[in-house]
Design a binder for this molecule. Structure first.
Ligand SMILES: Cc1ncc(CO)c(N)n1
Length: 218
């Protein structure tokens, strides 16, 4: 197994647990209460703010334009697609325009963003990459599975389909190859450390779905 195959293998149980959360199950069935979805959209927009900044540090540390282009692809997806989708939903739900300015991160959200922002203080691009990847790879994994089962009359079907692009498998592969190239040459101890960062971020993903359902601010 390559480094990334092994790393993903170690987090797969956590990603599968995300699929079993009430939030995701009810989102798929279309029965998720709209207030919970709005709560998620607000928290996630706050999260994406920090995530984008961490991508900024990854770009700063990039070794060449090819790497910069890869990170820019995620960054523009975050700012132009994800943030816009969230903003449009909140507008449709008639949430006040200033809700995002006044909302605060929940404790779980803060722990996750703090973890990422602290990682971004290092100058170790492999560590930062391992913190960044579970966000996008777990969403690709989860939403690809959901898209196959979503019912078109669900109010969440467009949201789900937005994450399940046709070329998702190729992008997934591309990122794994990139991460393998970056991490394959380091020693076993360092690999363990990098894998642990990936697993920790995956666990934060699970905690985020659970927090969103409970609307848990603590
Ligand atoms: C918490 C979280 N993880 C991953 C993604 C995917 O970008 C997201 N929007 N939010």
């Amino acid at each position: 197994m390559t480094f990334m195959e092994e790393t993903i293998h170690n987090s797969l149980a956590v990603w599968d647990a995300c699929l079993q959360t009430k939030f995701i199950k009810e989102m798929l069935a279309g029965t998720l209460p709209m207030e919970k979805f709005a709560f998620y959209l607000i928290q996630d927009t706050l999260y994406l703010n920090s995530y984008a900044k961490v991508l900024g540090k990854a770009i700063y540390l990039a070794e060449n334009l090819n790497e910069i282009q890869l990170y820019t692809l995620i960054l523009s997806f975050v700012t132009d697609t994800e943030a816009k989708v969230r903003h449009d939903y909140l507008h449709q739900l008639k949430m006040a325009e200033n809700i995002l300015e006044t909302a605060e991160e929940t404790a779980v959200n803060k722990q996750y963003t703090h973890f990422l922002l602290e990682l971004a203080k290092t100058n170790d691009s492999a560590q930062i990459l391992m913190g960044i990847l579970p966000c996008m790879l777990s969403y690709a994994y989860i939403f690809h599975k959901l898209a196959a089962d979503t019912v078109s009359q669900s109010p969440y079907s467009d949201f789900i389909k937005g994450y399940a692009e046709e070329n998702i498998n190729e992008e997934f592969k591309l990122w794994c190859e990139f991460a393998d190239a970056k991490c394959e040459t380091v020693n076993a101890l360092k690999k363990k450390e990098l894998s642990a960062i990936f697993e920790k971020a995956s666990k934060f993903e699970l905690a985020f779905w659970e927090m969103a359902y409970k609307e848990d601010t603590k």
